[in-house]
Design a protein around this ligand. Sequence first.
Ligand code: CAA
Length: 703
Amino acid sequence: MKQAPKHPVRLERQGNVALIVIENPPVNALGVAVRRGIAAALNAALAQEGTHAIVIAANGRTFPAGADIREFDMAPQEPSLTQLCSLVENSPKPVVAAVHGTALGGGLELAMAAHYRVAAKGARMGLPEIKLGILPGAGGTQRLPRLVGPELALDMILTGNQVSAGIAAEMGLVDHVADTDLREEAVAYARSVTEPRQTGANREHLRDGAAYMASVNARRAQVKMELGANALAPLKIVNCVEAALLLPLEAGLDVERAACEECMDSRESAGLRHAFFAERAASKFPEAADAKPAQVDRVAIVGGGLMGSGIAIAALQSGFAVTLVEQGESGVNAALERIGAYYERSVAKGRLSEAQGAAALTHLQLTNKLDTLSEADLIIEAVAEDLELKTQLLAEISALAKPEAVIATNTSYLDLDILAQATGRPTDTIGLHFFAPAEVNKLVEIGVHDAASPQAVMTGLGFAKHLGKVPVRARVHAGFGSGYIGNAILEAYRHAADIMLEDGATPSQIDGAMRSFGFRMGPYQVADMSGLDIAYARRQSKPRDPDARYVEIADKMVEQGWLGQKSGRGYYIYAEGQRQGVPNGDVLKLIAEHRAQKGITPRKFSDRDIRDRILLAMVNAGARLLGEGVAARPSDIDVVMVHGFGYPRSRGGPMMDADATTPAIIASRLSVLAPEEPKLWSAAPVLSMLAHERQKFEDLNTS
Ligand code: CAA
């Protein structure tokens, strides 16, 4: 864990204005040392003779971006943020917050406790606590409604969305937007005010109690309808905002604190906080950290299908110049149509203005000429999963690419090592495994094979980060196939599901059990959506493992032409244009016949059995990937499962769930199942080791 600097707060002076300057990189989080520093500086400023007003400002990239989340699991230390905010609000001299960067959570709460707020033009403000399963616990639910009214306050607190300085000024959250020098303008503003103005005493938005309560009640009903009556943090937020009307500030703060503590203790919040840090850890590749990534200005993508077009859109949206190469005129036109349709949809939905859409497209070069690749700094091959096609194409790409270019393949399951060798410059070649739809899905697995240079790896990582993606490293060893984390786990849990299907469960029962766990879709709904032919082709391309049980049900469906949504018929039947299907009775018949042929007497699985087995399969596969070195950290696996496969974020991920159960119990459950299908259920060595040592997966996480 990073240590806070010893003196993260300084007191400076500009004439009759005292300046409290916070400096606690990277985001000036309000850890205990900072809180104590601000309190001490405030008291010192008030004690100094001639202090007319006080400005609280921060150095570095941002005004505090919140409480220090790493302290949440520690014993509380005084002053709490709530106490600090009260100290600021009760200052007998005016206090002005000078806000820049992203004033989030506790940072914004501190600013709201100040008497006035001056914000830099580019500053953004928000209360994102809900994304961590908690609520603003230092007065945010009490002061924001007093400043902007219940409607806007509930919008901000329930969504966690940020607002710009300009919007904040319109809302009444900011008093002055600084055009030039924030610090100077904040000091000038502080000089111009004559007295403190306590947010807690502001009754402007509390006067019309009936209107206020109507807003609160409407929002409560909406939360219950959308999220259910057990949505902990959202309902508590509504209650706290209600308390802002009904109670004096101090009592409202007590209600808020109790609600925040209850949320903080919830499993949901633990999961969301785990996900927050896991995402940040995943993008750290310590073994390559010293390498300097290549400068990427132009990205070329070869293959303009769904995936290639999606990558192109993601790159355009992040300001890259993009070359997209397709075959022939029809290929170019189809890609143009796909990308054009995305921009039309975005404009229609108001996500982009027409001008923005048109501007993005001016950076796109769509062509059928491979020799345009010579201008690209990064070239991503994104054609169909065919080893021969890809090896040939990668050799051509390599011949045309400039010597310093990095080459990437978007293969999902082909052997990355073979593909890298095919370029003749394996050191410059990596895997960039995007997840569909690539313009939306945040996950990118960075495939690192033995010969890849740290520079190529860091270039891929830098590119993915620039796209705003969540990159996760997958280390591939020769002979292990693509070795990506997501595929390996998907394969294991599909195998566990298929075995239950063959032994007595139905597709809709398995899907329902996984939905009730928190997945948006079950494995068979996903299979129907992705197209059964894709997985079929993958199975056919690989030699069958003679020691693993093989379930032929999906193969038989493909042979009947039941390919899922695309053919209107898969595990479910889909009416024209519908994505929601009803169970396909013919599949149930096919499964029954299949069981009879194999001499299987169907047995019952409870929803709990289904969930347990699927989770055990995921965890065991994850442990195997850790042992093979494919995944660097257990938390990386959680990130892949949350972003790539819809594992409920509020649970953190399968490895966090495994820790909650404990690896020892997981291993003993696996040992019961192992005789049924040893290939799937024999505990991976890492899991056995953790069970034996009474350790947890989190003990293997590295920063
Ligand atoms: N506490 C502790 N560490 C934090 C932090 C926080 N509130 N916010 C960010 N960090 C850390 C990150 O973990 C990361 O650390 P490493 O470099 O060791 O990985 C580092 O700061 C930089 O963060 P990012 O990589 O995310 O940097 P970014 O520039 O992409 O984003 C940010 C910056 C927008 C501030 C983003 O970090 C963010 O959204 N942070 C969380 C903000 C938040 O949720 N605040 C509310 C906290 S809860 C609160 O305040 C509650 C309360 O009232 C009781």
